[in-house]
Design a protein around this ligand. Sequence first.
Ligand code: HEM
Length: 423
Amino acid sequence: MTSVGVCPVAHGQVNLFDRAFIESPDGLLAELRETAPVHFDEITGCWLVSKHADIRTVLSKPQLFRPENALTAVTHIDPSALRILARVGFELPATLANNGGTSHAELRSLVRQFFAPAMISAVLPLIRELASDAAELVKQDLDAGDEADLVALVTRDLPARVLIALLHLEDIDLPTLKRWSSDSLELFWGNPDAERQRELAVQAAAFYSWLRGRITSADPLGSSLFSVLAAHRTAEGCALRVQESIGICYFLLVAGQETTTQFLSTVLRKLIGQPELWRRLSKAGAFPDELIASECVEEVLRLETPVVTWRRITTDEVLLGDQVLPAGAQVLLMLAGSGSDPDVFQDPERFLPGRDAARQHLAFGFGRHYCLGATLARMEAQEVLLILARELPDIQLKQTQPPMLGLLSFRAPLRLLVTNTPR
Ligand code: HEM
């Protein structure tokens, strides 16, 4: 699994880590959907499922297609890296995304209270303040030099700050949290060699130990996520296992902000790259004008979701499309390409804010495990888009092809250089 080579499909194989595929995945995703909608990929050992209808079928049959492999490392982890994790008792038991069992509903509703509409409305002023401050920093950089990086100044930290407020967490060092979470993503969804795995494992282990400390010392009467987990008693009157609480926090603190950072970066790239729409957004005032922002956000979710794939595992032999999958088959749902499926979306390649069936994409999954952060992610993207376009109506992209994060399940620009359009 190297990232060299130009053609991602070689000798009937698809290299999902190939740079050419990461930079421009649409052609291959369409080819897979049309010619091999259920395709066994020898490199990852997964069955790639590409049609919208098949992905929906998989997600709506949780007894046949279980989610227990959702957080399993895709690359073989070297024993030396495993030892680093074992030293801190690293374990991610079935809790949310990786839980097809009976405890899922209870744990999901425990966490859902933090994402209730009133809680999300309460962080709206913070989102607006952070986006306005970030726009100011961009202006300063543009005034001082000739370029500014929207990832470093706008999208990298904003979602984490919002999440920390939403979960009522305190004393969190943001750069450390960002390092722990991006290293965790790379360890579990990347293609690192043994040496890099050891570096990443050190960070993941530090994150895990820190979470253990925070959870075991949490005040059960407090209002933070840590406190709520410490205070919780199951229907049988039992406390959660510490590993379960750590697993919930580990997943939430990573998925709840890294995905949104990635999404905001893609939204900005996509919209700044369409000057007419950017100008329209820059003039959008209050409702109903601002509908345009939410419609643009929806189109980016459909066409370029940051969570490009998600996994399931079969419990039994099952027919999917024209292929029979054995029991225990690793299934990789190609969420990214499914938003361009012509069976569901007319003129799928066109960016059409407000199109019919706009919300039928599968960017947030479907069914029992549907993303708990969907409303929050949409709101953050909409606000950032409106505020940045209003404050920076004249910016343009400096690079057409920015460096990209390219993990098995996550894809987004890592840098987004803009300049002011010469008048
Ligand atoms: C644009 C940003 C995001 C995308 C594209 C995204 C996508 C996804 C996807 C594809 C799933 C799996 C769904 C399934 O298995 O059917 C998922 C699950 C989940 N997401 Fe998100 N997510 C995003 C942001 C967030 C945020 C901001 C949070 C929390 C603050 C969050 C929390 C969760 C949780 C808790 C689950 C597991 C739900 C369960 O298993 O019951 N996500 N997300």
